[in-house]
Design a protein around this ligand. Structure first.
Ligand code: ATP
Length: 382
């Protein structure tokens, strides 16, 4: 496997008008190998789009990258307020398909005008015909009708509009595409068409890797090779897509899965639970593990100490529970609202963490109320 992207220790904050800092991405490291799709999942506000902006080098005030390094194709770039990013990196090395891109196309511009504008922004010398030829070839190679170039945005269906902006944002053949919630506004058949197209583009080596950001775990399971789960600005678990969705080891990943409505037969019998509490304010995140106030299997140290990195590069979770239960899937019923019925909202009055007495063999105390819930795989223990 050839490494395409290696991003290390990324840290970025939004500066608020009153001078405070919201660290929305805090010491995050990720990698992607050639041909891979890395899914990034998490609740709203967990920092997914911010991570996408850092990786695509599109951060702008009030978001500032404090530190980190980005290595794409072996070319290394230090990140920070003073770093100068080569212009050629944006668009041709890494390209962003931003959230809601299809709604930001000017209604008075035909697609072909947008194609020319985008291409010219990167290459002042490009001729209109040249740009349109490139777009025509691309549409043909992806089995899409060339006539979309003559259309106004309102003449295209939502799905076709999204596929079109995806094609436009990859006309420069970026090595890496960061797609931020590309399927969120689409119906299921348009979601499938977009995912099929992205995979086709990878096969044709139009780009060599994709970071696919979404809160939609079933979609990620379909499209990703690996999934990274983000919580409150940090990556808490990474692993093979099937592993993460069937055998999560971090309580937050388990909770996220338990909150998903999935129409697959084996999930149908499951009760769907919301995740108790709400994500913390990143102005003043909880100490220790940021998920501990909402976690059903937290220990005392979770409230005060940074969670350990458990596992290897391919499959890890940052969690004391995972450390004490090596290789085990988290008991999903331990992170349901029932088990945390008495928990206070996060950030105001976090419930006391479990004492040390409850760990290891017996498991933490608060694992009880499964209420007959069927867990997704045999690997998940009660
Ligand atoms: N302009 C801003 N000023 C201050 N804080 C911000 C700003 N924009 C975002 N944030 C904070 O940064 C955090 C991460 O936001 P981000 O948009 O990256 O999350 P997300 O996981 O992509 O959420 P969503 O799925 O809703 O887009 C959130 O807690 C959010 O409140």
């Amino acid at each position: 496997m050839t490494r395409l992207l290696n991003a290390e220790n990324l840290r970025a904050a939004y500066r608020t008008p009153d001078g405070r800092q919201v660290f929305a991405v805090d010491d995050v490291s990720v990698y992607i190998d050639e041909g891979e799709v890395l899914g990034v999942a998490g609740e709203s506000g967990s920092g997914k789009s911010t991570l996408g902006a850092i990786l695509s080098l599109t951060t702008r005030p009030p978001l500032y990258v404090e530190s980190g390094t980005l290595e794409i194709d072996g070319k290394r770039q230090e990140l920070g307020e003073r770093s100068k990013i080569p212009r050629t990196w944006r668009g041709s090395v890494v390209s962003l398909l931003p959230q809601g891109a299809m709604n930001s196309i000017s209604p008075t511009q035909r697609v072909r005008d947008l194609v020319f504008d985008v291409m010219r922004a990167h290459d002042r010398s490009i001729k209109r015909d040249e740009a349109l030829d490139r777009a025509r070839d691309r549409l043909k190679s992806l089995d899409l009708p060339v006539r979309v170039l003559d259309s106004y945005p309102h003449q295209l269906s939502g799905g076709m509009k999204q596929r079109t902006v995806t094609i436009i944002s990859t006309l420069l053949n970026p090595r890496l595409l960061i797609a931020d919630e590309p399927t969120s506004a689409l119906d299921v058949s348009s979601q499938k068409a977009l995912i099929d197209m992205l995979l086709q583009m990878l096969e044709q080596k139009i780009m060599s890797g994709v970071v696919f950001v979404t809160h939609d775990l079933p979609v990620l399971r379909t499209v990703s090779d690996r999934i990274a789960i983000m919580y409150a600005g940090k990556i808490v678990e990474v692993g093979d897509a099937e592993e993460i969705t069937e055998r999560p080891r971090h309580p937050y990943a388990g909770a996220l899965l338990g909150a998903v409505l999935v129409p697959e037969p084996r999930y149908r019998e499951m009760r769907v639970f919301g995740i108790p509490g709400s994500p913390p304010s990143l102005l003043d995140p909880p100490t220790g593990c940021r998920f501990h106030p909402r976690c059903g299997v937290a220990y005392a140290e979770c409230a005060t100490e940074e969670p350990p990195h458990v596992g290897d590069e391919l499959r890890f979770s940052k969690c004391f529970w995972a450390k004490k239960h090596p290789g085990e899937s988290v008991p999903l019923e331990a992170v349901t609202s029932d088990s945390l019925a008495e928990a206070d909202p996060v950030g105001t009055d976090p419930r006391p963490a479990e004492s040390e007495e409850h760990d290891d063999e017996d498991g933490p105390a608060r694992t009880g109320s499964a209420q007959g819930r069927e867990v997704p795989t045999g690997g998940v223990s009660a």
